[in-house]
Design a protein around this ligand. Structure first.
Ligand code: MGD
Ligand code: MGD
Ligand code: SF4
Ligand code: MO
Length: 756
């Protein structure tokens, strides 16, 4: 067992029952990863992990005492940057950006650099375990892989036999192994798939899909001259390559306008910061479009040749003057008019950015439609400086392994797609509805949940409800690398090897195919997701859907069409495919054109062009609760990372200085923040950088899992405060539609932190 085990209590032996809270004692950090000796894991009970075979000799005699550089891919967020790992005698000493990778361009962000502390996190899941006490009691039994996999498969099969496959929910957040997770889902025969998307970018991806036929277009930064970001905080909500390009764009004098109720770091790079009233971006864009259409500043040629519905738009925009908008969005009419004119004067090198986490208001989908349409008015599609048809993730089509067709699924989905949400794609889903269906038992009762690389207990609003739903399940299984909050309440935990210890399917980026490969041997008794899923499939009689013996078989099938030598790929970490042809102007929409007027929206009885939709506003004495990312953390994942926690240890509540003064709140003072559904005790960050009617809490903190010895007790959870409000068109969760009161913590109140 590894020497860095940070507890004096011995690691549990197979079969031994232990208490998590005792086993993982507090804060015994390892001092520098070089001091850590990685020892090989106990063999995974006769199951091949595929590590040894085709393995480059990283820690052989030949490399003894030398540092070797191994190319791989970062996994500390969803951006998939190419990384170079420096390994000496089997110990990871440094991570760097791979200059060959378009997503990293030679640099890693803080989270990417801190990947070393993911590998060497003493709280990591080190072996499979089965719950040995009440749910959430922290009592576990260390078991073998055979036992854990048998137990998981038996429970899934029992649920299928007794209640039908649809009683099993499976959910997962964006990852390279997701196609095989979907294989298990579809072969098992359940329609109940949960992804993070309805909490994230459903409003954007659905709006752009129904307008252009492409979910997430990119931006040609090199030639662009003017960008409007709407609640997109690239400087902190990092998308490595794009963040770099934005900074370069700002440095060479590109014009940036930022709409955000907060003065973010991105706003500090802007020429203009517009502290828009939350939820009213739609009014701003309707008015910008109004000016551009009435003053005929649009690209007539593009509109005539490539779009449908312009006349309907023109008509609908009539009443949305800048004066009308100013009353709603609190940006003055003169500014709106001026920005519209300036923006149009730069076309086609002017982009209204599609943004990313657009789950702010139920009207965010309409806002995104208005943004998509503004780009069409600029005729910037595929033009220098405009929107590019391909986002950062597209790439050449890969080969695949043969597999049988999926069984037919008859049951309706618990999340209401499509019977309640006809416009939401099946692959996106509406995860918060799954949680609610578990509580109501409607349209039927879900019984089991398999969670893979996701932390729904923290990421879905109204945490108290989610906890009740999880506790009521017959069976909950989690595949993770850390004892996250959802895992804490599970029945069985299947520990995945970290991204630095495993193979994953190929990740295309631009015209290159990149490889994730292990840079050190797995430290503990863990397995790759690909092998865990295969082993589960085997036990469920679904082996034909997992036609590989080891992970490399998948990679080899993927690269088969390209005549690539596998060993070359391992050494170099990527393969460059010939540039693809230029794209014709054809749009994958119903009409084959850019749908300014959406026939699909009309088909469900909605207006085909964006119209004003009044967002709710806080009553007197309450604030909009805003949420978002900080640069040093990823979602609900990195709050146990020693390096990142040294940089950003908690998430104080941002509150406007004048308001704080009125309420008698001083900087750093404890405050009670309360919504309709929850209450937390936070620390105030008194600042000028936020509108007076808003407060802000960064996402990620306030963990429930006591097995996260650094993360537990740090900061507060805003999911404990968030109400659930879902847009009926995009399924998007409206995260800024929660209103809170804030008051100084007085002595009667127990200073115990979170009370939700
Ligand atoms: N460091 C870091 N980077 C990340 C991530 C991470 O966890 N950490 N996660 C990645 C993921 S999954 C995503 S989805 C992206 C998210 O990327 P972004 O969408 O850019 O970032 P967020 O921080 O989620 O939210 C951005 C801003 O929305 C503002 N906002 C709230 N309500 C409104 C409103 O009504 N109008 C306007 N105009 N603004 C509003 C908030 O003040 C906040 O500053 O970041 C990605 N990059
Ligand atoms: N309050 C609030 N809520 C939000 C947001 C917000 O800003 N504020 N943001 C929303 C957004 S944009 C998103 S995308 C969602 C994200 O919501 P989730 O996807 O539920 O959250 P993550 O924290 O990304 O969960 C990732 C999980 O995967 C685990 N993990 C990391 N690496 C690996 C690995 O290699 N293998 C395995 N098996 N597991 C791994 C982590 O330990 C963690 O438990 O949350 C949404 N919810
Ligand atoms: S943006 Fe940062 S965390 Fe995300 S993949 Fe790139 S280096 Fe890793
Ligand atoms: Mo996201």
């Amino acid at each position: 067992m590894p020497k860095q085990s940070h507890s004096k209590i011995p690691t549990p032996q197979p079969g031994e029952t232990f208490h998590w809270n005792r086993y993982f004692t507090r804060r015994q950090f390892i001092k520098g990863s070089a001091a850590v000796l990685a020892t090989a894991a106990a063999a995974a009970g006769g199951i091949k992990t595929g590590f040894k075979e085709n393995q480059v000799a990283y820690a052989s005699e030949e490399t003894s005492g030398k540092t070797v550089a191994i190319p791989t891919i970062c996994e500390n967020c969803v951006w998939r940057c190419g990384a170079i790992a420096y390994v000496k005698d089997g110990i990871l000493t440094k991570l760097e950006g791979n200059p060959e990778h378009p997503n990293s361009r030679g640099k890693l962000c803080p989270r990417g650099n801190a990947g070393i502390k993911v590998l060497y996190d003493p709280d990591r899941l080190q072996f499979p375990m089965i719950r040995a006490g009440e749910r959430g009691s922290g009592l576990w039994r260390r078991v073998s892989w055979e036992e854990a996999l048998d137990f998981t498969a038996e429970n899934m099969q029992r649920i299928k036999d007794e209640h039908g496959p649809e009683a099993m929910i499976m959910s997962s957040t964006h990852n390279l192994t997701q196609p095989y997770f979907e294989n298990l889902l579809n072969a098992f025969g359940t329609p109940n798939y949960g992804t993070q998307r309805s909490l994230c970018f459903n409003a954007m991806t659905i709006a752009f899909t129904y307008t252009y036929g492409i979910a997430q277009p990119g931006v040609d930064y090199d030639n662009c001259r003017y960008i409007i970001y709407t609640g997109r905080n690239l400087a902190e909500a990092i998308s490595n390559s794009e963040t770099q390009k934005m900074m370069e764009f700002a440095a060479r004098g590109g014009k940036i306008v930022v709409l955000d109720p907060r003065f973010t770091i991105t706003a500090s790079k802007a020429v203009e910061w517009l502290p828009v009233k939350p939820g009213t971006d739609l009014a701003f864009f309707l008015a910008v479009n109004h000016v551009i259409v009435t003053e005929e500043l649009y690209d007539r040629d593009f509109i005539e040749k490539h779009t449908v519905g312009f006349e309907k738009l023109k008509e609908a925009l009539q009443s949305y003057s800048p004066e009308w908008a100013a009353e709603r969005c609190e940006i003055d009419a003169g500014t709106i008019r001026r920005i519209a004119r300036e923006f149009a004067s730069y076309r086609p090198a002017a982009v209204a950015h599609p943004n990313w986490r657009t789950s702010n208001f139920r009207n965010s989908f309409q806002t995104q439609r208005a943004i998509a349409i503004l780009n069409a008015l600029m005729g910037n599609w595929g033009k220098p400086g405009g929107l590019t048809p391909e986002g950062e993730e597209s790439g050449p089509e890969l080969g695949s392994l043969p597999q049988p067709p999926y069984p037919k699924v008859r049951a309706p989905r618990l999340d209401g797609v499509p019977w309640k949400y006809p416009l939401v794609p099946l692959k996106y889903g509406v995860i918060q509805e799954i949680r609610d269906a578990l509580l109501t038992g409607k349209p039927y009762q879900g019984k089991g949940w398999l969670v893979y690389r996701q932390n729904p207990l923290m990421s879905i609003p109204e945490r108290r409800k989610t906890l009740t739903a999880l506790k009521n399940l017959d069976f909950l299984a989690v595949i993770d690398i850390l004892p996250n909050d959802t895992a804490y309440y599970a029945d069985v935990i299947l520990p995945e090897s970290t991204y630095l210890e495993r193979w994953d399917p190929i990740a295309p980026a631009g015209n290159k195919l990149f490889l994730r490969q292990p840079v050190v041997e797995p430290l503990y008794d863990t397995m790759s997701g690909l092998m865990i899923l295969k082993e589960l499939g085997k036990r469920l009689g679904l082996e034909d859907y997992f036609p590989y013996e080891k992970e490399q078989d998948i990679i080899k099938a993927q690269i088969a069409p390209f005549n690539i030598d596998f060993d070359e790929l391992v050494k170099k970490g990527f393969y460059e495919v010939k540039e693809s042809e230029d794209h014709e102007m054809h749009f994958q929409t119903k009409s084959g054109k850019v749908e300014i007027n959406s026939s699909l929206l009309e088909s469900v009885g909605e207006p085909g062009v964006p119209v004003w939709q009044e967002p709710p506003a806080p009553p007197e004495g309450q604030f909009y609760l805003l949420t978002g990312k900080v640069a040093q953390h990823s979602q609900f994942t990195t709050q146990n990372n020693q390096w990142l926690m040294e940089l950003t240890p908690d998430n104080p509540l941002w509150i406007n200085a004048a308001v704080a003064k009125r309420l008698g709140i001083k900087d750093n003072q404890k405050v009670v923040v309360e919504s309709k559904v929850g209450k937390v005790i936070s620390r105030a960050n008194v600042t000028e950088a936020i509108r007076p009617d808003c407060v802000f809490l960064a996402a990620g903190f306030g963990h429930l899992s006591k097995a996260l010895t650094i993360g537990y007790g740090a900061g507060v959870s805003n999911s404990a405060l968030h109400e659930t409000n879902t847009d009926k068109l995009s399924g998007c969760q409206a995260l800024s539609e929660t209103f809170v009161t804030v008051k100084p913590l007085n002595s009667e109140e127990i200073a115990g932190g979170e009370t939700s």
